[in-house]
Design a protein around this ligand. Sequence first.
Ligand code: 5AD
Ligand code: SF4
Length: 446
Amino acid sequence: MRPSFHIMTFGCQMNVNDSDWLARTLAQRGFVQSPLAEAELVILNTCSVREKPEQKVYSALGRIAQATRHNPKAFVALAGCVAQQIGESIFDGYPQVRLVLGSDGLSFAPDAIERLLAERDARLCFTDFSDSYIERPLEISPGDRPAKPAAFVNIMQGCDNFCAYCIVPLTRGKPKSRPTEAVLAECRALLEAGAKEITLLGQNVNAFGEDTAGDGTGFAELLRRIAALPGLTRLRFVTSHPKDFSTELIRAFGELEALCPRLHLPLQAGSDRILARMGRKYGRTHYLKLIRQLRAARPDMAFSTDIIVGFPGEREEDFQDTLTIVEEAHFMSSFSFCYSDRPGTAAERMPDKLDTNAKLERLARLQALQEKLSFAWLQERVGNDSVLLLEGPSRKASSKGEAWQGRDPYGVPVNIILPAGSGKPGDLVPARVTEAKKHSLLAVAV
Ligand code: 5AD
Ligand code: SF4
């Protein structure tokens, strides 16, 4: 029998997508997914974007050693950003780790794992950056049919903006766009297998096609070509940078029906002084103008964002600027984090670091404001007509029919009761929103 494997994934959607690909590829080769304690191979796909996700990786390594201690053959493959950052020096402290797969190394995983099974004393490390996006076989296989209703497609990897706080340019390398035809082929295959919604992934999708691996197609053009594929009803993308948001892209929101009226646009800070120290290359006026232009192109647009509080040198008045822009932009949701030093970044070397309590206190104030705005935004949806993409049965039982969970075009989870046997995952159901819960909506079919 082929060995059993278990995958643990931390961090961003790209990691989740990469882990899915690896799981499918190993399953095709006959490997069997198992609970952690029964796994011979444990793959840990890691994130180092902030201090907390990185700490989780080290505690996971401890948990793996504990759970697999009865099996001397069990070994660990460390993948993702922590693997890229630490490289083979992880071998010293962690005897179970026999494979290190950096950001551009994941495609070597299946063959490397086969080799490690044959050569029990070997250890392998793949942390070299490549100049182009490495295409992976089997991005979608016949075994995937039917595909999940909402699918993810990598379009580029890496970033060279070097925002002062950010470790990504060090862990993911410079931007590498995937060839347009490869992106289109994967989208087509997913749609043929039943996907209805596609989310394009990359650290800075706006820069698609602008690196040396690009083939002349820019991001707005890529969106147009994908939006024209038969079977596609919803198109999304993450993540974009406000400084690179082109007029053409704004226009695309007004013109492409499949493009969802929801944009995740990381703000990071509301004060021009802090934005400049972060090296973001835009100010609050630019950000707010972008939001206004997008709302003019598409009046039902909603925005979400990422915010860092307590960046080195952030004063109370800078933080007040963050609070006011959050209100002005009326974000439907935001992810907010306390600044943490990342090794090798410019901000790590900056003076005027804030103490933990000051950062936590600002974070609490920001999150309280966002909670109020998020709930107000959900309440504004009540009474509106919408279309839900059904994902699966919801946990809530009902005597009146079957309870389903779907998502609206904003990506909000919506619960709906449908007559028994009338729905299936991937269905698009016209609905009217009837009630706002704390983080979700209720709707009825119309
Ligand atoms: N400290 C805190 N938050 C950070 N982020 C990135 N680097 C740091 C850091 N050093 C946040 C940013 C980014 C999100 C993915 O993580 O808000 O958009
Ligand atoms: Fe990090 Fe800035 Fe690149 Fe985003 S744009 S990945 S925050 S360096």
